[in-house]
Design a protein. Structure first.
Length: 203
């Protein structure tokens, strides 16, 4: 039986057996034609990204993309995605295990960035660890294609902010290890500039 497990500003997420259903919801404040175009284009972009990343081994499989509105059967606004059972990294990251997870995370991010994809929401809530210790990135709703070092740096900066906020006891050591394993001088140098801009805005 389909069960609502999350509801955000852009989409509702349902669990249905071994599948996850992600349905982009209508925005009543937007022009209906524009709303349909936006929901469909964002759904198709996310589907394209999932298909490209699946073969790298750290994302769930896209099963299908479909219409979820019987009154508008030409609109693709729903993704059916493989369900990954496990725990969110947010809930298990600790002083005892952060080193191994930092290496797994850095390798996944580097492969993703080398494939020209920016996640857009790199938080430990969007990372799942299975019982057999496999690591997955999930929720590519804000992802997009880019080869720019700036965009990759901003992706990493968001991850750093998440670690500082949610995992402050190990944040510095964990992120340093991530950068060491990521090992891309151009992106890391750009990251320093992104961080400096943030400090200047806050001063």
């Amino acid at each position: 039986m389909k069960q609502l497990i999350a509801a955000g500003a852009e989409a509702k997420i349902y669990a249905d057996g071994k599948s996850i259903i992600k349905h982009r919801i209508k925005k009543i404040y937007r022009n209906p034609i524009l709303d349909n175009k936006l929901r469909e284009s964002r759904t198709k972009r996310e589907a394209k990204i999932l298909r490209k990343l699946y073969y790298l081994g750290f994302t769930p499989q896209l099963l299908t993309i479909k219409d979820n509105d019987k009154l508008n059967d030409a609109l693709d606004d729903t993704l059916i995605i493989q369900r990954i059972d496990g725990e969110k990294l947010r809930d298990i990251l600790s002083k005892e295990n952060y080193k191994s997870f930092a290496i797994l995370l850095a390798k996944a991010i580097k492969k993703m960035h080398d494939a020209g994809i920016i996640h857009g929401d790199l938080t430990t809530s969007n990372m799942i660890v299975t019982p057999d210790k496999r690591f997955y990135l999930i929720d590519f709703g804000l992802s997009f294609f880019s080869e720019k070092a700036e965009d990759k740096a901003v992706d990493l900066h968001l991850l750093k902010q998440t670690l500082d906020s949610k995992h402050y006891l190990i944040a510095k050591e964990c992120f340093s290890l991530i950068l060491k394993e990521y090992n891309d001088a151009e992106v890391i140098n750009r990251l320093r500039k992104v961080e400096q801009r943030g400090r200047n805005k806050g001063s």
